[in-house]
Design a protein around this ligand. Structure first.
Ligand code: GLC
Ligand code: CA
Length: 540
């Protein structure tokens, strides 16, 4: 398998709004990131993914961009960005940016022009129709919004302030490649590409299968007819000019699709964020809040399928959290006691981090941050949370039930301020969103001092993978496939072999391993696996 820096590195994701507030206005900013780059370096990560920091009216926290060549006022200036990139590089850290080009903000000059009349040089840059179909938008309501000045509807897959670009138009595509090259020439190290598998739409715009009031568009917008052609063109006109990491968000991408996206001979992307493992038994608001039961064998088989499916040809991403997901220890671990919280956060880390693929850590995950108790809808900030809440109330949920369910699902759970010390330490004023309730013991300062902390465990885990070709490039084999509490797999390269054993439960189990234990969340190793025990064994 070909060696690549982006296969070997560890990506640390920073949500700039919540990392560190340098100027004291309650909002994280670029200077705040620059000031704290050493923290990322000490953790052992080598690549930083920044959520969008371009100019934006912030309808969806920066995923609605009004100028791709300027920095969001809240976050600072282009000088601040240049200083951040320079310092990161001097520390040996790479920076990848978020590329949001399925849609722009409705305040982008392209859209202002396009919406002004039917006859202007950008009139075809967005998706305009005289008639709308039944598609629903991801953030609620119809995916079409009427525009007086054109007497037409425009498509917005997300909020109405996020109109979808028309990728059928060559000028649109070239404008995107230009802006990518603008950042490439500045020296960034790649892109995470927002909902990139949605850019090619079925041009007949058929009605979707009804799901409540609106039709489901995903069949006609995900992995669409010209997606591979567009990505190959993007690769030729931009990506191939640089030594980049490229990772596409691929909500609906299956293993077969992902192979096409990531097989190097297709010259498209390096890797895809697949969602199958995230969507497994996910509590969700769609379909009236169903909560499927989490069963470990089903969950493990998803990993097996992806690990085996991409081996030797494509490349996987490994992640449990990001700015759109809830905190993993709250979702999969056990937070009923401090002891179990700590053990289960470490066990989850071992479980996902040592498979084949590039590992991503979302800020706060390395501290074991938990979901946040928001007491009223006013404490939420996310447009999706507010929408879900009103949908639930309209379907007859009580306020208490709606809040309880939001707590299990809201993206705001992962967007609370990063806790630097027991008082928070993120800002000197009032943070834009409230802190998590547990920061008195889940924070950087306390965890740095505690040798047994989740933070210090992550450091060891990151170092272990970094120094092992087998853990990076080795083949993956799932063992004990039907076991309902153990997640066990091996990684093999040449004649070297590691065994990763994780007890994903409180059950006490007999399990004998042979070889040297190189990492464990217990002090000793026995023939018994204790509650949430995780160990990495070098068999040979
Ligand atoms: C992606 C982003 C999410 C955003 C959406 C629309 O899923 O990760 O945060 O709301 O796209 O851009
Ligand atoms: Ca600030």
């Amino acid at each position: 398998m070909e060696r690549k820096w982006w296969k070997e590195g560890c990506v640390y994701q920073i949500y700039p709004r919540s990392f560190y507030d340098f100027n004291g206005d309650g909002i994280g900013d670029l200077k705040g990131i620059t000031k704290n780059l050493e923290y990322v370096k000490e953790l052992g990560a080598s690549i930083i993914w920044l959520n969008p920091c371009y100019k934006s009216p912030n309808d969806d926290n920066g995923y609605d961009i009004s100028d791709y060549r300027a920095i969001m006022d809240d976050f600072g200036t282009m000088e601040d960005f240049d200083a951040l990139l320079e310092k990161a590089h001097s520390l040996g850290l790479k920076i990848i940016m978020d590329l949001v080009v399925n849609h722009t903000s409705d305040e982008h000059e392209w859209f202002i022009k396009s919406s002004s009349s039917k006859d202007n040089d950008k009139s075809d840059w967005y998706i305009w129709k005289d008639q709308k179909n039944n598609w629903g938008a991801c953030f609620g309501g119809s995916a079409w919004e009427y525009c007086e000045s054109r007497g037409q509807y425009y498509l917005h897959s997300f909020s109405k302030k996020q109109p979808d670009l028309n990728w059928e138009n060559k000028d649109v595509r070239n404008a995107v490649y230009d802006l990518m090259n603008y950042w490439g020439d500045k020296g960034i190290d790649g892109f995470r590409m927002d909902v990139i598998t949605m850019i090619s739409k079925d041009q007949s715009f058929p009605d979707g299968e009804l799901n409540g009031e609106y039709g489901d568009s995903s069949k006609y917008t995900n992995n669409g007819p010209r997606i591979h052609e567009f990505l190959k063109e993007m690769n030729e006109k931009s990506i191939s000019h640089y030594d980049w990491l490229t990772v596409g968000e691929g909500a609906g991408a299956r293993v077969e699709d992902t192979l096409s996206y990531t097989d190097p001979k297709n010259k498209e992307l390096n890797m895809i964020f697949s969602f199958e493992h995230m969507n497994y038994a996910k509590p969700q608001c769609e379909n009236n809040w169903k909560e499927d039961k989490f069963l470990l064998p089903g969950y493990k088989r998803i990993y097996k399928k992806w690990q085996e499916g991409l081996d030797q040809r494509g490349w996987n991403t490994l992640y449990l959290e990001n700015h759109d997901q809830v905190r993993s220890v709250s979702r999969y671990g056990n937070t009923t006691t401090k002891e179990l919280w700590k053990k289960s956060a470490k066990a989850l880390a071992v479980m996902y981090y040592l498979m084949q693929g590039t590992p991503y850590i979302y800020m706060g995950q390395e501290l074991g941050l938990t979901n946040t108790c928001f007491n009223s809808i006013d404490e939420y900030r996310d447009i999706a949370a507010k929408n879900d809440y009103s949908v639930m109330l309209s379907r007859g949920f009580s306020k208490e039930d709606a809040l309880r369910l939001l707590n299990l699902t809201s993206r705001d759970n992962s967007r609370t301020p990063f806790p630097w010390n027991e008082n928070g330490g993120f800002t000197t004023s009032k943070p834009w969103i409230k802190y998590n309730q547990d920061i008195s013991f889940i924070n950087v300062e306390s965890e740095k001092k505690d040798p047994d902390s989740i933070l210090n465990f992550y450091k060891k885990l990151i170092a272990l993978r970094k120094n092992s070709d087998t853990l990076i490039y080795g083949s993956f084999k799932l063992l004990e496939e039907d076991d309902e509490s153990l997640f066990v797999y091996s990684r093999t390269l040449g004649d070297e072999k590691y065994l990763v054993v994780v007890n994903m439960s409180e059950d006490i189990r007999q399990y004998k391993t042979e070889g040297k234990v190189v990492l464990s969340n217990y002090d000793d190793s026995t023939d018994v696996l204790r509650s949430w025990e995780a160990k990495v064994v070098k068999e040979k």
